[in-house]
Write a new protein. Structure first.
Ligand code: NAP
Length: 293
């Protein structure tokens, strides 16, 4: 039995459709967990076993994971409470162990150790919890950033004509979210055992200026990239109404990029899926309308 947590999220939904359609895993062998099973009525109708699981509710977690052999632990989105994901993910690892799961696959990030990214300690601690667990095996999927993250910053930059950044010449080897879902489904559906780490990048790494040029050409609007100090970036976000704690988290992505920590292009995506990465330019061609609102 294959279990996917966070199954109602963007990544979780894509993983489940990959398990069903690409890997031809029967719906009856898939367990999809979510905090709100109503959201997965469509999957339940297809015969997927839908169960409630909330990493904040340890009383029910072991029961929710019972019967699963391989479990994909999708990191939660609680980024507005720095450090809280450590509690949530540690609860999930402990429950997987108690429920008799054999192998856990976890969605981590590139270079999580000693990182300037304020979210990195969550991943570093989860990886440590897995390493210290009694699970027979685990796979770390150190996912690079999604192309889709550009939907947060770029519509505003396109409208105003200016993209403020503190990333300098740091490069990002980002990837289509769909590719990362394919990799997660492949890791889950495989019978690979032991302890593995895959750093899942896209096919190319680009600076903010290079990304801006490609997006600008695709949408037909000028985007000037303006480098600012990190504190200036934070003040800008706070000034437009963002709570400072979140603004600092977002700004630390740029510090992390500037430090060259998300620049490595690896061949791990192909190793895991036997597929080539979706090129940024073709993803952009399919998604440019979404940037224009
Ligand atoms: N690599 C990147 O660029 C990138 C970008 C954004 C996010 N991420 C990370 O990757 C994860 C998956 O991405 P996504 O695009 O699918 O994000 P998403 O659509 O926001 O999904 C977030 C998921 O977190 C789950 N979740 C939240 N609180 C939970 C809890 N208390 N217990 C169990 N599950 C909980 C939700 O599950 P239910 O609602 O089904 O309970 C949901 O599936 C995110 O949560 C985040 O950690 C990575």
């Amino acid at each position: 039995m294959y279990l996917v947590t966070g199954a109602s999220g963007h990544l979780g939904q894509l993983v489940i459709s990959n398990l069903l359609e690409t890997h031809k895993i029967p719906a009856s062998k898939i367990i999809a967990t979510t905090r709100d099973p109503k959201k997965l009525a469509g999957l339940a109708a297809k015969g997927v076993n839908v169960r409630a699981a909330d990493f904040d509710d340890t009383a029910n977690l072991v029961e929710a994971f019972k019967g699963a052999t391989r479990l994909l632990l999708i990191s939660t989105d609680a980024i507005d409470r720095p450090g809280h994901r450590i509690v949530q993910h540690t609860n999930a690892v402990a429950a997987a162990e108690k429920a008799g799961v054999t192998h856990v696959i976890y969605t981590s990030m590139p270079n999580p150790d000693n990182s300037p990214l304020l979210l990195a300690p969550d991943h570093e601690a989860t990886e440590k919890a897995l390493a210290e667990s009694k699970l027979k095996g685990w796979t770390l999927l150190r996912n690079h950033w999604y192309f889709e993250n550009l939907f947060y910053s770029l519509p505003h930059a396109i409208k105003s004509g200016t993209w403020y950044t503190a990333a300098g010449d740091g490069k990002i080897a980002h990837s289509a979210r769909e590719d990362l879902a394919k990799a997660a489904a492949a890791a889950l559906a495989s019978n690979e055992s032991g302890k593995k780490i895959y750093t899942l990048s896209g096919a190319e790494a680009r600076t903010t200026a290079e990304i801006a040029k490609l997006v600008s050409d695709a949408v037909g609007k000028p985007i000037a990239v303006v480098q600012v100090p990190v504190d200036g970036l934070v003040q800008g976000m706070v000034g437009s109404g963002m709570p400072e704690v979140i603004a600092r988290v977002f700004a630390s992505f740029d510090t992390n990029t500037a430090a060259g920590r998300v620049a490595d292009v690896t061949g791990d995506y192909k190793k895991l899926t036997s597929n080539d990465n979706t090129p940024f330019t073709s993803w952009l061609a399919n998604n440019k309308q979404a940037f224009l609102g």
